[in-house]
Ligand binder design. Structure first.
Ligand code: ATP
Length: 456
């Protein structure tokens, strides 16, 4: 696997990801998605939408607001409890997440389930040092709420405080009744949502792994109490298949169930799917069985009836919820790490290669006229034909070998070359990214060929 530094450099050069506000010296831990990044993120969201929404079991969509009534965050527990253990070094004033500091010292520890005192004791006992001041002169651990606060309204004194959502899930819970009524869905059913979330993380970093602004893809799956653990297994399998069907190597993945002591008070099962990043295994995708906690909390605070009447048994209950939640950028990072390599070729040459599933590739094909003057017009017609259905790119600069290499590096699965033969028999050569093999194909077959290749 390439290093983190290599990937950051690559992402900038190719146009996947740029540093945010770069011409002003940047803004720490913000990233802008360039031409290729936009396509990659779009394709990830489309792939998730296809599998989790369109083809999932009884799933519908939602797009709720980023700004919600603050009561929502009171009910969900975010106002009181959405905090991380912050520890500050007296000498350097550097701040860290205490649990992450412990894990960096010893990855086998499980600080998630510890009290703040236990974390502090561990840090002091093992004399864990601040990498900046090199001392272990730590202030006691404090609770740090990660919600971003802002103001709504035009006059400052009367403007009311609101929060940017730290997860999209609550927008789904507060619309449970609306959705159920409007769609007449019977439990079990799910609601899928993609949207931005914001968390004032104490230690963002590792490129786009942890940022303060990110996009989440969350599914809240409502089921009958008592069936949640079966659904939990179903979704865990579903998530794993999604990843491996899109080419993530099995050896880079592992499922880590949270220990009973480390579970959130409302959860009766939580498992993280972890990926082997260059810094070790770390979270990619969370799966949580959240019981009826959220709906019950909202029912208590809003006084709205959020129960469900089972039309078959006439039983009335508050549905249980199973939630797979993942970040779009986290997945983008994983697909880049999983696919990017420097391949050594026969004869000692090497090429940069992004092995990414055609469904996710920023461009499905590159259309290349062998000689611009003679084949440019025809190549343009093919480009226009394919652009009806796919993201494709046209390239007529430099020799054909260099053009192939450029496309290999950005993951374009097929290069379509228009040459002298095309002008007489309406065929092109199609070169495969991974094998570099070429075959002849009729222009009229290109669209269905590409359409088949993006299936997963
Ligand atoms: P951690 O404990 O590492 O802070 P978490 O367990 O709180 O993460 P969840 O609340 O389960 O994370 O979030 C669900 C998913 O959203 C994560 O698996 C990850 O893919 C994504 N995600 C969460 N926080 C961030 C972030 N700050 N930046 C990017 N993606 C994030």
């Amino acid at each position: 696997m390439v290093t983190l530094e290599y990937l950051v450099q690559y992402a900038k050069q190719t146009g996947f990801i740029f540093q945010g506000s770069e011409i002003y010296g940047g803004l720490a831990n913000t990233w802008d998605y360039g031409p290729l990044g936009v396509n990659l993120k779009k394709n990830i969201k489309e792939a998730w939408t296809k599998k989790f929404l369109r083809q999932g079991p009884n799933i519908v969509g939602l797009d709720s607001s980023i700004l919600l009534n603050p009561m929502v965050w009171q009910a969900s527990g975010h106002l009181q409890g959405f905090s991380d253990p912050l520890i500050e070094n007296r000498q350097s004033n550097q701040r860290y997440r205490a649990d992450k500091l412990i894990l960096a010292h010893d990855p086998t520890q499980k600080p998630d389930g510890w009290t703040y005192e236990e974390m502090y004791d561990y840090i002091m006992k093992h004399q864990i040092k601040d990498p900046v001041s090199k001392t272990h002169d730590w202030l006691p651990i404090r609770k740090f709420n990660m919600m971003f606060k802002t103001f709504q309204g035009v006059i400052e004194d009367t403007a009311s405080e609101v929060y940017l959502r730290p997860e999209t899930a609550q927008g789904i819970f507060i619309n449970f009744k609306n959705i159920q009524r409007a769609t007449r869905k019977k439990v079990p059913f799910g609601v899928a949502q993609i949207g931005k979330s914001f968390r004032n993380e104490i230690t963002p970093g590792n490129f786009i792994f942890r940022t303060r602004e990110f996009e989440q893809m969350e599914l809240e799956f409502f089921c009958k109490p008592g069936t949640e653990l079966e659904w939990f297994d179903f979704w865990l399998n579903y998530m794993q298949s999604f990843l491996t069907n899109l080419g993530i190597k099995k050896e880079y993945l592992r499922a880590e169930p949270h220990a009973k002591e480390a579970l959130s008070h409302y959860s009766n099962a939580t498992t993280d799917i972890e990926f082997k990043y260059p810094w070790g295994f770390d979270e990619l995708w969370g799966l949580a069985s959240r019981t009826s906690f959220d709906l019950t909390q909202h029912m208590n605070l809003s006084k709205e009836d959020l129960t469900y009447l089972d039309p078959e048994t006439n039983e009335r209950y508050v549905p249980y919820v199973v939630e797979p939640a993942v970040g779009v950028e986290r997945l983008a990072l994983v697909f880049l790490f999983n696919g990017l390599e420097e391949e050594t070729l026969e004869g000692g040459d090497s090429r940069q290669l992004l092995k990414i599933h055609p469904a996710l590739a920023p461009y499905k094909a590159a259309i290349l006229p062998l000689v611009k003057k003679e084949h440019g017009e025809k190549a343009n017609l093919i480009y226009e034909m394919l652009a009806e259905s796919f993201d494709v790119v046209y390239d007529e600069t430099q020799n054909i070998g260099k053009r192939y290499r450029r496309q290999d590096a950005i993951g374009t699965p097929f290069c379509i070359t228009v040459d002298h033969q095309t002008m007489t028999d309406e065929t092109v050569t199609i070169r495969h990214r991974d094998s570099m093999l070429q075959e002849r194909m009729a222009i009229k077959d290109l669209e269905s060929f590409i359409r088949n290749s993006v299936k997963f």
